[in-house]
Design a protein around this ligand. Sequence first.
Ligand code: GLP
Length: 259
Amino acid sequence: MQISIYPGYDELSKAAAAVVAEVVKAKPNAVIGLATGSSPLGLYAELARLHKEEGLDFSKAASFNLDEYVGLPPEHEQSYRRFMNENLFDHINIDKKNTHVPSGTAKDYKKHCAEYEEQIRKAGGIDVQVLGIGSDGHVGFNEPGTSLGSRTHVTTLTEQTIDDNARFFEKKEDVPKFACTMGVGTVLDARKCVMVVNGKKKAKIVREAFEGPITCVCTASALQMHPDTAVFLDEEAASGLAMLDYYRWIQQNSANAPK
Ligand code: GLP
């Protein structure tokens, strides 16, 4: 794992976007895994800027989102499909036909989840997966207790996640209780993972995920087993890390590290 610390949100977002942009430049038909939540908004804004100002080309790229609320149709204000259109897809030249978000209204979720996995496989697998972290340590919607080998499935959201996400809905009761999410195993299959985390309220879970035991109680901790994960933190999110000085030392010396 490569843990990097930046003075603020803008800096970490730009650094994380640069990694995604490198993947797309090296492989124009890259398959990008995408996340929702507020954390990756800066990364998406930077990708949109790179497209507009520097011609970063997504015309051959494809994308797969991590998750969707069960019960929300694509046009719903809080659906993750709508979130992705508004915050990224409408601002870059990706062909929407090549963008995939799990369905919020599937008739048969077992079938839908198996098909989602198959679509990822047929696309050649995910080249780079963007991730945030939930305050209970989830990646995607892989809540505490989810198998670290899990594949795309329907999950029951924790009360904590419902509380966290209630701010986007009129009232807490409107937050769906179920979601369809890629599994932890699906995420771990991505060739590269890029996690963005900011803010003091994430400091504790960042420490648990990256310096604690690998456990299904904090599904992000499974990334410790991933061979190419880069974690982009601001000072606040990094503030609970025991090895903080060492991570800074690595970052300072990275330009001189042997290739
Ligand atoms: C939701 C998403 C996660 C995201 C998390 C954190 O639960 N399913 O993918 O990482 O929110 O959200 P935020 O970035 O707003 O803190």
